[in-house]
Design a protein around this ligand. Structure first.
Ligand SMILES: [Zn+2]
Length: 58
């Protein structure tokens, strides 16, 4: 199983999508995307929860 996260669920208008083998890996990929594309180097707890809630299993 793999997991995916669509950035637009947290940042409307972003077409970014990341994938991972585990939920944790997907969360890490989302954090890297946020840092490189959105200049969000530290995700606050609220944002992390939003990301986790938006991760879907493929
Ligand atoms: Zn994005």
């Amino acid at each position: 199983m793999s997991y995916s996260f669509r950035c637009e669920n947290v940042i409307p208008g972003c077409e970014g999508e990341v994938h991972g083998e585990t939920e944790a890996e997907t969360l890490q990929a989302a954090a890297e995307h946020a840092a490189s594309v959105h200049d969000l180097n530290e995700l606050d707890a609220e944002t992390v929860e939003k990301v986790k809630a938006s991760i879907t299993a493929d």
